[in-house]
Design a protein around this ligand. Sequence first.
Ligand SMILES: NC(=O)c1ccc[n+]([C@@H]2O[C@H](COP(=O)([O-])OP(=O)(O)OC[C@H]3O[C@@H](n4cnc5c(N)ncnc54)[C@H](O)[C@@H]3O)[C@@H](O)[C@H]2O)c1
Length: 381
Amino acid sequence: MSTHFSHLQASSHGRRSTFAHGRELLTQRKAAAPIPLRKSTPARSQVRMLTPSDVAALVRQRGLDAVLRELTNAIERDFCRWAEFDKTPRVAAHSDIGVIELMPTADATHYSFKYVNGHPSNALQDLPTVMAFGVLAEVATGLPVLLSELTLTTALRTAATSAMAARALARPESKVMAIIGNGAQSEFQAAAFAAVLGIQDFRLFDVDAAASHKLAAHLRRMGLKASICASTEIAVRGADIVTTVTADKTNATIISAEMLEPGMHINGVGGDCPGKTELAAGVLRAAQVFVEYEPQTRIEGDLQQMPADFQVTELWQVLKGQAPGRKSAEAITVFDSVGFAVEDFSALRYLNNAASASNLGQFIDLLPSNPDPKDLFSLVA
Ligand SMILES: NC(=O)c1ccc[n+]([C@@H]2O[C@H](COP(=O)([O-])OP(=O)(O)OC[C@H]3O[C@@H](n4cnc5c(N)ncnc54)[C@H](O)[C@@H]3O)[C@@H](O)[C@H]2O)c1
């Protein structure tokens, strides 16, 4: 990663004076205590930290619709400068029941990574299926500038990416969306499609009826129409857009080719790991298939079922006008979403800017603040 960034180096003089300045500030308070933002100017060695409560406060402050629209546009802007990013398929550690992944990327100024898991049976232990946190750092110095929760943020950025893809690929007159899988991500998906595409009418199905009732209640409170259906077949009938966002570590067939109708856009979110798919191969064969980063989706997406020469288009090419999107009103389009590091990069930069503007979070002493950077030993001497 990032070998082409080696020319960007900070002078050690600049770093020493920054840390010395930090030490003066730090001597005025207990080193271990988190520092409320409004009361002090942080030292450069201190890292802004955002908890889920901070991100939730940010969403309440700006409004969910505004955040989803802003994130959709931020991700689209970054997809449109695709060549500027260092890209690699994520590094995954698999077990029989789940996966833990690291997702790094960088442009010329910032580096980011996300830690994220996927354990569909976690609900049995009262834990979320997906949990995440991540870091944004300066390329020029390697200095981390933000350490953030990314569980809530992953739900926001995944929904924003889905809406970005659908804005480019679904029929513009789309009105009805089916959501199969009504767990933690589902409200965010609905909210993004409402905010970005104006979808108001949602048909819901989950094997867990309680999850559907939870989603329906949230959507109705948001002023959206929500009908709970008795099966996937019933939910998708007549839908313009179908979002599959189930969690099960298996090659499931949530959507089969028989369920497709002319002009449908499929937003396949839950097939995102080897051995974990939602769309039958026949669905992909019948469709134009769009992906985030092809080398990663070949490993993790519903695409894993298809031969290596099965043709797909990377989304950034459509967004930049370098490749065609939907070929006709009758075509079936599939966004085979797996989640890519650039989306988390966009989200971390968005959070960092928004948190700076509204003084959110705490600065923590994640890094040493010894005045002479070559004398690390002084911390323990
Ligand atoms: N593509 C991405 O960028 C991205 C990002 C985040 C999460 N995900 C994936 O999205 C999926 C959902 O995540 P979550 O956090 O909402 O999980 P969750 O466990 O909270 O919800 C998943 C829901 O799917 C339901 N379900 C399972 N099998 C089903 C079936 N056959 N038919 C209907 N419903 C079924 C479960 O009952 C549950 O309510 C996971 O697979 C996760 O890995 C993808």
